[in-house]
Design a protein around this ligand. Structure first.
Ligand SMILES: [Zn+2]
Length: 662
């Protein structure tokens, strides 16, 4: 996942900046230090002063005549707004103090209103339309800017324009509430020690207990997966699975229903039948019908593989329980458990056995080393006072010239009140025109004991988004890095997804961790084979999420649970009554609404991009071309063109369908 909070709108500035920090003998953190936002009061002050500065910058921009240089002036305003808004918006997902998070959320709603008003600013819209582009980059930046104004409702009659603003603000507030329900729930599931047989003892022996001596575990990934993958007790697995599948609860289902209805209403203001139609016209897919056709093709291509996977899991369950196959039903909470058993049996691989080889901190250095090897860059830690003592800061520089390129902050471990998935916030966009260097934050939730190889892969995926932000070299901030089309933005991350199964790549681990024992080649080979084994069922699940999201944002904006019951109910494992997966489907409540298909859509492109690295994943020459053409150009040229220039041909889905058929 990657999150950029206001693609295609505006910008920003200044908050009281803490002094620049510099390592004793290394590169400095490039650009302003992350602002001091340690108390609710500081957040409020930063919010007030940031909004004042953005308002002043807006007045200055309104006075600029639509000349050839107008887009550069607009981009400067964008940068001012982003600096004022970005860090506050980010901190609400990670700050340990709930008062700070609440203050940041209140600030975020003020910004939402400000940004919506800017989006409806007629004077700026007229200037954008009258401005003369000097070249193709200007033309693209202007086109995107004009479209962003139009999608904000600047061209609507006054009453509908006001309604658009009201809807946009309301949708933001509801999305915030949706995330908050999950983040602040602090749900604990109780297990007797006997129920946890099979689960690595290191996970739960030190955990809190209730009055009856039962072990209390949260729903964070490092707690959830070991239980559903390894607990021998079906009751324990079911309880944990059900708790995760009801996360967010009925309150969030209600919010999701309201969000999707308001989005549909928003689209109707513009004459579209559905939110999906409204959104997809700006994307690679171009329209809902094309995205739907694509999803139908994927479903066809994975059907046989999914059936095969599920039959193997059911057969494994029958053998495990020593009961006839015809009397055996595979339940949803069995899937991960029997997947793990079969992986052990068929491929003799146990995900847990990877943890000692991949300690979290060294795993981070490892993915940085991959980037250093492929892209000619350096990651250097720099001291910084951040939102939590364990958060870290890195300066990114060009290896050949030493030129500073970017700043990256990293937050590795789970804690209460912290965003629970993996994401990157590119809260400051770079611009070559003004020498503004990008900054981003990478947030993940790993087990302190180490990562499995799948988690290492997740880290590399997320780091791929950070690279897209760090290595952006666009003229304008508004086109930087991940500000590309949403159904392309996952591709650079997904491209790296099989890197961790490659022997030469894994050899780099020794460079960052001389004390770590090298992971045995056979173990990796087995993990790679085991991964192939579940691709049918995993892709089928992604298909369900994507198809659900598109249907939810269709013309009738159906009630979320009824739709989910129908769609999940039509899959081979059916729907389990009482569960409500969509209640925690933050992607769809947030920025990926009508966009979840983008994960599969981008994967097609990602697999095609990989062909350029076939047999030479660490090749610095191909890597450099990739850095310059695909990552560096961000959103300043359409993704189809970037991919064409990098591959020397139009993109093709062949690699993707070959993979599914293999
Ligand atoms: Zn992602």
């Amino acid at each position: 996942m990657q999150i950029s909070w206001f693609r295609a709108s505006l910008a920003v500035s200044a908050i009281v900046l803490a002094p620049l920090v510099r390592a004793a003998d290394g590169p400095a953190w490039p650009g302003p230090a992350f602002p001091d936002l340690r108390t609710a009061g500081q957040v409020k002050l930063a919010c007030d002063s940031g909004m004042r500065q953005a308002a002043a910058a807006l007045r200055r921009l309104e006075a600029v005549a639509p000349s050839a240089g107008w887009i550069a002036q607009y981009d400067a305003f964008y940068a001012v707004t982003e600096d004022a808004h970005g860090p506050v918006e980010f901190i609400r997902h990670v700050h340990p103090d709930p008062k700070v998070r609440d203050a940041a959320e209140a600030c975020e709603l003020r910004w939402q209103d400000f940004l919506t008003r800017v989006g409806q600013n007629e004077r700026l819209y007229r200037a954008a339309r009258a401005a003369e582009p000097a070249d193709d980059i200007d033309r693209e930046a202007l086109r995107q800017t004009i479209e962003a104004f139009e999608d904000s409702g600047v061209g609507l009659p006054p009453a509908r324009r006001a309604r658009a603003r009201e809807l946009a603000n309301r949708i933001s507030a509801l999305g915030q509430q949706f995330d908050k329900t999950i983040r602040d729930s602090a749900t604990r599931v109780a297990f007797t020690p006997a129920e946890l047989v099979g689960v690595p003892a290191s996970l739960w022996q030190g955990a809190r207990r209730d009055a009856q001596g039962r072990v209390l575990l949260g729903l964070d990934y490092p707690s959830y997966y070991p239980v559903v993958e390894h607990a021998q007790s079906p009751a324990a697995r079911e309880r944990m699975w059900r708790a995760k599948m009801t996360e967010g609860g009925a309150a969030n289902i209600k919010l999701l229903g309201e969000i999707t209805r308001l989005r549909r209403d928003y689209a109707r203001l513009f004459g579209f039948d559905s939110y999906a139609d409204f959104m997809l016209r700006r994307r690679m897919a171009r329209d809902t019908a094309s995205a739907q056709r694509f999803l139908d093709d994927v479903q066809q291509a994975v059907r046989a593989g999914e059936q095969r996977d599920l039959a193997a899991l059911r057969e494994a369950k029958a053998r495990h329980l020593d009961q006839p196959l015809e009397k055996t039903t595979l339940e949803r909470w069995d899937v991960l458990f029997y997947t793990e058993r079969l992986r052990k049996e068929r491929f003799t691989v146990d995900e847990e056995s990877f943890r000692p080889y991949f300690p979290p901190q060294e795993s981070l250095q490892f993915v940085m080393r991959i980037a250093e090897t492929m892209f000619g860059v350096r990651y250097t830690p720099v001291p910084a006072r951040l939102w939590h003592p364990e958060a870290q800061a890195y300066a990114v520089s060009d290896a050949a010239t030493g030129k500073p390129l970017a700043g990256l902050m990293v937050d590795l471990y789970p804690r209460d009140g912290k965003y629970g998935h993996a994401a990157v916030w590119s809260y400051r966009s770079g611009s070559t025109l003004t020498g503004r260097l990008p900054q981003a934050a990478l947030v993940v939730n790993f087990d302190r004991k180490g990562l499995t190889i799948d988690e290492l892969d997740t880290l590399l995926h997320e780091f791929g988004h950070a690279l897209h932000a760090n290595l952006s070299a666009t003229r304008y901030a508004l086109n930087a890095g991940t500000s590309t089309q949403q159904d392309f933005v996952e591709a650079p991350s997904q491209m790296l997804e099989d890197w961790v199964f490659d022997r030469p790549v894994l050899k780099l681990f020794a460079e960052v961790c001389p004390r770590c024992e090298p992971v045995p080649d056979e173990l990796v080979e087995k993990a790679r084979a085991a991964r192939e084994f579940t691709k049918g069922s995993l892709t089928a699940r992604q298909h369900l999420y994507a198809a659900y999201d598109l249907a939810l944002h269709g013309p009738d904006a159906p009630e979320p649970m009824a739709l989910w019951q129908r769609m999940e109910g039509a899959t081979p494992l059916g729907h389990v009554r009482g569960t409500m997966f969509p209640a925690a489907f933050s992607h769809v409540a947030g920025g990926y609404g009508a966009g979840y298909y983008g994960y599969l859509w981008s994967l097609v492109v990602a697999m095609d991009l990989r062909t350029a690295f076939a047999g030479k994943r660490l090749d610095a020459t191909v890597g450099r071309r990739y850095r310059d053409i695909v990552l560096g150009e961000g959103g300043q040229r359409p993704p189809q063109q970037l991919v064409h220039d990098f591959l020397g041909r139009d993109t093709s889905p062949k690699a993707f369908y070959d993979y599914l058929a293999r």
